[in-house]
Ligand binder design. Structure first.
Ligand SMILES: Cc1cc2nc3c(=O)[nH]c(=O)nc-3n(C[C@H](O)[C@H](O)[C@H](O)COP(=O)(O)OP(=O)(O)OC[C@H]3O[C@@H](n4cnc5c(N)ncnc54)[C@H](O)[C@@H]3O)c2cc1C
Length: 457
């Protein structure tokens, strides 16, 4: 459909007639557009609570006819800004979550969070490959490739997707697998919402009932020794063990354990599957890094995987920056500590180095648009934007990323770069992938309906 009207002429009654789900304008109570990151502003022309793929297709058609764009949110955990030219598709009602215990798969609607899949699958001894925070949405996570606490053992979570049902920007419903619409199946895993809005996915569940893992926290005063020795240990690990190190400046507030509140601490996070006794042996040197403030390492049910990172669940205003690192020599640890360690005045709440490698670096069985698989580690910073330190937080994030430039690949992972900034989106892809995604977007979103937010064009 070619655009015949402008947003000023768009007729809300026509949109309401076109969809089964509720349509909310600014003054309606259902027009709730605050995501997890409350610093992101969203003022869409309308919010549509889609009920099915036909609703998504109708929104695409309406937007195309009225020269508008379409944004998509499930939980708002990776939201980018939405302006008054855009219709926000909210997928919360796409809530199917069916486990097939024999096939070891789950059929999951685009509105479902990982926690719901964990709750359904874990009692059967089956593990969905979620990220660090199970309250994140499944579709949004997988659209950015998705790396979880077991990344070095299982690789990217999006490599464990069997099929994706999508409505393209052109409004066409497509079922995609490695064999059927393979180019879309490739681009939907890593390309975020560049090509379409995912309606449903089928993912593999791995037979993992228990892991060895958790987090051990040390005093920030010991950060130098802990971080350097963690590096020495982490770079030699087999793929059975995944780990990250985080410098944490957690506030004093309900939910933050007393030994960690209002001070700098260092968390060493670990997740290992397979031979748990062997994992315990491999992880033993971590306990010798120093006197811990808290020790939460041990065997744990997979269902509790969210405890490893213990990410916050309450919305807050944050700024996130990051960089992929090609190697992690000792000098990189020294540079990170100088920028964000105990001797710095860094106000950043989280500065995390997550080790990649292992299965993440393997050539995937079915290729996808997720790039930069040869990176050794992912740097991720989170700062809370509260006055009067908001500007200092933004400056500290930039300073920390800059300090790691000598070891940076120049790339980022899409899920750690929620942004509409074209240069930053560009960094998420290698040249060929970017060109292919752009070409596919021209084919599957001919009117640029999805040309908004974190997409490739
Ligand atoms: C506390 C926290 C921890 C995190 N931990 C990890 C982690 O360990 N590993 C990791 O890889 N990522 C992690 N992330 C990033 C997260 O995976 C992304 O922000 C993801 O986009 C969130 O998806 P959502 O649906 O919950 O968020 P939303 O804000 O609802 O969606 C974010 C974006 O995802 C895309 N998207 C959402 N739904 C659809 C759809 N139906 N079709 C197509 N595209 C869609 C769109 O680009 C959308 O703008 C974390 C984020 C947070 C806030």
């Amino acid at each position: 459909m070619t655009s015949t009207r402008s947003v000023d002429q768009a007729d809300i009654a026509a949109l309401r007639r076109a969809v089964r789900g509720a349509v909310h304008r600014r003054t309606d109570p259902g027009y709730a557009t605050v995501g997890f990151n409350v610093a992101v502003t969203a003022h869409p022309w309308a919010v549509v609570d889609v009920l099915d793929a036909a609703d998504v297709g109708a929104v695409m058609g309406f937007a195309s006819a009225n020269d508008m764009t379409v944004s998509v949110w499930a939980t708002g955990h990776g939201a980018t800004g939405v302006d008054g030219r855009s219709i926000l598709v909210r997928t919360t009602a796409l809530d199917v979550c069916e486990i097939d215990p024999a096939a070891h798969t789950a059929r999951i609607g685009a509105g479902v969070r990982w926690q719901q899949v964990l709750d359904a699958a874990a009692p059967l001894g089956l593990a969905p490959l979620c990220g660090s925070a199970p309250h994140v949405g499944v579709a949004g996570f997988l659209s950015g490739g998705g790396i979880g606490p077991l990344v070095r053992t299982v690789g990217a979570s999006s490599d464990h997707v069997r099929s994706i049902t999508v409505v393209t920007g052109g409004g066409v419903l497509k079922h995609t697998t490695p064999e059927s619409n393979p180019e879309l199946f490739w681009g939907l895993r890593g390309g975020k919402a560049t090509l379409g809005i995912i309606v449903e996915v089928v993912v593999d569940l791995l037979p993992i009932a228990e892991i060895y893992g958790g987090a051990i926290y040390f005093d920030g005063a010991d950060a130098d020794a802990v971080a350097h020795r963690w590096r020495d240990w982490a770079v030699g690990l087999p793929r059975e063990v995944s780990t990250s190190l985080a410098l944490l400046r957690l506030p004093e507030m309900p939910g933050i354990p007393e030994p960690l509140a209002g001070r700098l601490s260092v968390a060493v996070r670990v997740a290992a599957a397979g031979d748990l006794a062997a994992a315990a042996g491999l992880v033993a040197p971590i306990r010798a890094l120093g006197e811990p403030l808290l020790d939460g390492l041990g065997p744990m049910p997979y269902a509790q995987i969210g405890l490893i990172h213990a990410d916050p669940t309450a919305p807050m205003p944050v700024t996130e920056r990051g960089a992929l690192l090609r190697e992690l020599p000792d000098a990189a640890i020294s540079a990170l500590l100088a920028a964000a360690g105990p001797a710095s005045s860094s106000p950043l709440t989280v500065v995390e180095l997550r080790m990649l490698g292992g299965a993440f670096a393997d050539e995937p069985r079915v290729r996808s648009a997720l790039c930069h698989r040869r990176a050794a580690a992912n740097l991720h910073t989170v700062g809370v934007l509260v006055p009067p330190i908001a500007e200092a937080v933004i400056a500290a994030a930039a300073h920390t990323v800059e300090a790691m430039t000598p070891w940076a690949t120049g790339g980022e992972l899409p899920n750690f770069a929620a942004t509409a900034d074209a240069a930053r989106i560009r960094r998420c892809y290698d040249e060929d992938t970017y060109a292919w995604l752009s070409a596919l977007a021209a084919q599957h979103d001919p009117h640029g309906v999805l040309d908004v937010g974190q997409v490739v064009r």
